[in-house]
Design a protein around this ligand. Structure first.
Ligand SMILES: [Zn+2]
Length: 91
């Protein structure tokens, strides 16, 4: 394991092309977590649950959702972990 140097210079656009949908992310073994930009809240997510709710072709790239913490005005953004390269990508 560890970082594969092949991916070191990949941009966010490269990653978005590599796994454009939640179905692609699941097939590649990615895990997604949600992080608030304002408060320290982090939430684990389940790709199978997202796929069940939104379908395999739904794309989380560039999407955000209101932080569920009381009185927080922040937005939650997803961060992906790619086990093949060991990289974390801001989705
Ligand atoms: Zn928050």
């Amino acid at each position: 394991m560890g970082h594969n140097p092949k991916y070191r210079f990949w941009t966010r656009e490269n990653w978005a092309g590599y796994a454009p949908t939640v179905g692609d992310m699941e097939r590649k073994g990615w895990t997604l977590t949600l992080h608030c930009r304002v408060c320290p809240l982090e939430i684990g997510t389940s790709l199978p649950r997202i796929i069940a709710a939104r379908g395999r072709t739904w794309s989380p790239w560039g999407k955000s959702a209101a932080c569920p913490r009381l009185n927080c005005v922040g937005r939650m953004r997803a961060r992906a972990y790619d086990p093949r390269s060991g990289f974390k990508i801001d989705v």
